[in-house]
Design a protein around this ligand. Structure first.
Ligand code: AMP
Ligand code: MG
Length: 503
């Protein structure tokens, strides 16, 4: 693929002394899945955030790699010798409708870096200008890029597999959005890869069937090298992706996370959370919770996430059919039996996580250790949470206090009348481990009103609230003195939280 005539100006070469090495493995191995491209050059860029911890993982010496070299690297304007940035091609089902050609419209894969443990990690930009896949101006607004940075850090600290951002640079360029002029920004994001279900959908649509095979082999190499020798490695890949997504989505549901736009182009093969657009954490427990301005049907609501994951995985399995078996009927029945395991994998992951949240992971011998009894107990608990609109996150910390013998915080949110709370004594009788609960149940999550407050201040040029929030969220399980306001849900009666897509 090539649109060389439209490409923006050349990239400068970073001196070797910068100590940065970028590979171009994906671009070399799967040329039909990308277009060589370059980032635009903003005139007055300004570094807003740099992720020291992630830089260290990538072997970057933050003390030495400073100033304009760092900024121009984060913009894709100065890269190591021999780099070959590309815009990646992918397809995708968006809200159920199929687009055969989506791709990086305003994003670029700069290449891969080898991290300190020897793994390849993608370095990818968002907001870096129009590419041949562009559907709009190619830019990204500062607020959503800071939001993605913050959400990725929060999820990582909560122990959820996720992409993370290395930095955010303000471009100094203003751009129109919804009748306003907003500041533009570029986000540099690190992922264990950007292979998506949509990448496989795109490859399946190519006339060369070899591309799909190469993509599947590449995915195995990057994410599950131990499967290379499996009797049917493509069936093993399908099973591995199903298992990784079952675990991921169970984790989301356990912490109250709503991704908001689970299109097949936003579902990774690695099992990392990707593309923080209209995502949010629930306050009150509600399976119908949905925060996206464009998801009017609530397709991607909190409680729908497991079934949507299975729907997306079914699209993934369809792309793999020709690789599973030459006989299409055999291939289909293999896919169906793999997909049939999703439900149990999801339930096992959710149940194991919920046992930990309730402090019962280590106690299988008593009544609540029995799977049926545990399922009944959690069903009653969730019914109570929903009926009384109880804040999901702080509820589990209140349970932790109850496990220590102080029922005050629990009684303050859960009335024990009209049959509510009948499960509490059964749970206490099972002997929950309060300290284990506090290691599993976060005090601090990215509360929607706090995120909005931090982004509004950043828009006015004040990054202090953003930095404080990122700092609080980096230690979500640890009581932080003087930071009580970060624990609390939004005041009742405030405006409903809505997030907007595609900005
Ligand atoms: P999304 O709605 O973010 O999933 O994007 C759908 C498609 O539109 C993808 O191919 C994006 O790369 C592209 N796209 C989204 N926003 C922009 C933009 N501001 N400029 C160019 N392309 C965009
Ligand atoms: Mg996306």
């Amino acid at each position: 693929m090539s649109d060389a005539l439209l490409a923006p100006p050349a990239v400068d070469v970073l001196p070797e002394s910068a100590g940065i090495a970028l590979e171009h493995d994906f671009a070399d191995r799967l040329p039909e899945l990308s277009v060589p491209w370059r980032a635009f050059h903003p005139e007055e860029p300004r570094l807003l955030v740099w992720n020291d911890a992630l830089a260290e993982e990538l072997g970057i010496d933050s003390g030495r790699f400073t100033g304009s070299a760092r900024v121009r690297f984060l913009l894709g304007n100065a890269l190591p010798q021999g780099s070959g940035p590309v815009a990646q091609a992918y397809a995708g089902h968006q809200f159920g409708g199929y687009s055969p050609r989506l791709g990086d419209g305003r994003a670029l894969l700069l290449g891969e870096m080898r991290d300190s443990s020897g793994r390849l990690r993608d370095l990818h930009l968002k907001g870096s200008g129009r590419t041949p896949f562009a559907r709009a101006d190619g830019f990204a607004a500062l607020g959503p890029m800071l939001r993605e940075y913050l959400m990725g850090e929060a999820m990582a600290a909560l122990g959820v597999p996720t992409t993370r951002a290395l930095g955010v640079v303000a471009t100094g360029r203003r751009m129109p959005r919804d009748g306003e002029l907003l500041d533009g920004a570029v986000l540099a994001r690190v992922a264990s890869s950007h292979l998506r279900v949509g990448s496989f959908q795109f490859a399946r649509g190519l006339s060369d069937p070899g591309a799909l095979t190469r993509l599947a082999d590449y995915a195995i190499e990057r994410h599950a090298p131990e499967l290379a020798e499996a009797p049917n490695r493509y069936a093993a890949l399908l099973d591995a992706v199903i298992a990784a997504q079952a675990r991921l989505v169970a984790h989301w549901v356990l912490i109250g996370f709503v991704h908001g736009v689970m299109n097949t182009d936003n579902m990774t093969i690695s099992g990392e959370t990707i593309d923080y657009g209209p995502c949010a954490f629930i306050d009150a427990f509600d399976p119908a919770a949905s925060f996206s301005s464009i998801d009017l049907q609530r397709r991607y609501a909190y409680g729908n996430q497991p079934s949507i994951a299975l729907w997306n995985l079914t699209r993934f399995a369809e792309t793999l059919l020709p690789l599973l078996d030459p006989d299409v009927d055999v291939a289909k029945s293999m896919a169906v039996s793999s997909l049939d395991r999703f439900g149990a994998l999801y339930n096992d992951a959710w149940t194991a996580g919920m046992r930990e949240k309730l402090g019962l992971a280590g106690s299988a011998s008593h009544a609540s250790g029995d799977d049926g009894a545990f399922a009944e107990l959690t069903a009653e608990m969730l019914t109570d949470l929903q009926r009384h609109r109880i804040d999901y996150t702080s509820f589990f910390r209140a349970l932790g206090r109850a496990a220590e013998g102080d029922l005050g915080p629990l009684d303050a949110v859960l009335p024990r009348t009209d049959g509510s709370g009948a499960w509490v004594q059964r749970w206490l009788d099972a002997g929950p481990d309060a300290a284990a609960m506090d290691r599993m149940n976060p005090i601090y999550i990215p509360r929607n009103h706090l995120v909005e407050e931090a982004l509004a201040a950043a828009d006015e040029g004040d990054l202090a609230p953003f930095s404080s929030l990122v700092d609080v969220l980096s230690r979500p399980f640890e009581e932080q003195a003087g930071r009580e306001r970060y624990e609390r849900p939004a005041p009742e009666g405030g405006p409903a939280h809505v997030t907007f897509c595609g900005t």
